[in-house]
Design a protein around this ligand. Structure first.
Ligand code: ADP
Length: 271
């Protein structure tokens, strides 16, 4: 199922994406420091980023470069030590914990490497969970719609344990889509999948961007996965060190190798 190339065809079943224009994600001078004094670790050293709505961005970088910290700060799961984060035009810096929780439930979607589905709930109940947690009416028609989108119309009554890994990740994508979120954050979404299944899952994320106008930010270490994005951004030592538009796996791997190599690290340290 290769759904690529279907650029920006809006359909009637387009969910109510919040807002209409502008930036989906905006980080200004975001720093995240762990610990204090001499032992302090500067996981993010001043990140500026502006991602327009309807874009698919991959974030790559060597281990320890700050990818997880970036994702956590950008998605309101962690608080930066300094700087500001706006999601869908809403400033989240300084929001109270309950406001952040509500924002994550109603306006963000999450797809994780480990799927994070609730095993005791059916597929349909898992997909409806964000609505249930947000205290909204369970819209079963909408659940059927998003399940059909990910090719699982006939699996609504199953439990996650009865599905393959790829199918479970598709349920997670349906769950991420159900609220028509401002941004979908994906953390190594294909890390537990074989390459064919991974391509299917990435195709669905690509399709959500192209046909629903969704915005996807995906952390990955896999250059092939990153090629599904419009743009790859490279993190090194807690700051963004350039990007690549529509790169091939080879070019992306080359850039990663340059960031990881001792000479690359030395050049950055000297800069
Ligand atoms: P990546 O996801 O790219 O591997 P991380 O964001 O996990 O990078 O980590 C960036 C840096 O911050 C690393 O040096 C890591 O050791 C450090 N770090 C991450 N989380 C913590 C924490 N809770 N306490 C202390 N240091 C941390």
């Amino acid at each position: 199922m290769r759904l690529r190339g279907n650029k920006r065809q809006k359909t009637d079943e387009q969910p109510e994406l919040h807002g209409t224009s502008g930036l989906a994600v905006e980080l200004r001078g975001v720093r995240r420091q762990y610990g204090r004094g001499k032992g302090a670790v500067h996981a993010l050293g001043g990140v500026d980023l502006a991602l327009p709505r309807g874009t698919f961005t991959a974030v790559m970088g060597p281990s320890g470069s700050g990818k997880s910290t970036f994702l956590q700060c950008a998605a309101g799961l962690d608080r930066p030590s300094a700087g500001s984060v706006r999601l869908g035009g809403t400033e989240i810096t300084g929001m109270r914990e309950n406001q952040l929780t509500e924002l994550r439930r109603s306006r963000l979607g999450f797809v994780f490497q480990a799927f994070n589905l609730l095993p005791s709930l059916t597929v349909e109940e898992n997909v409806l969970l964000p609505m249930r947690l947000a205290g909204q009416r369970r819209d079963r028609r909408r659940a059927a719609q998003v399940l059909a989108r990910v090719g699982l119309a006939d699996k609504a009554g199953r439990r996650p344990g009865e599905l393959s890994g790829g199918q479970q990740q598709r349920v997670a994508i349906a769950r991420a889509l159900i609220t028509g979120p401002d941004v979908i954050f994906a953390d190594e979404p294909t890390g537990a999948l074989d390459s064919t299944t991974a391509a299917e899952v990435l195709g669905l994320l690509r399709h959500a961007v192209d046909t629903l106008g969704a915005t996807v930010v995906m952390v990955t270490h896999d250059p092939t996965a990153a090629t599904w994005a419009d743009r790859v951004l490279f993190l090194a030592d807690g700051v963004f060190a350039g990007g690549l538009d529509r790169g091939t796996p080879e070019r992306i791997a080359e850039r990663m190798a340059a960031l990881t190599s001792p000479t690359g690290a030395m050049a950055r340290a000297a800069a």
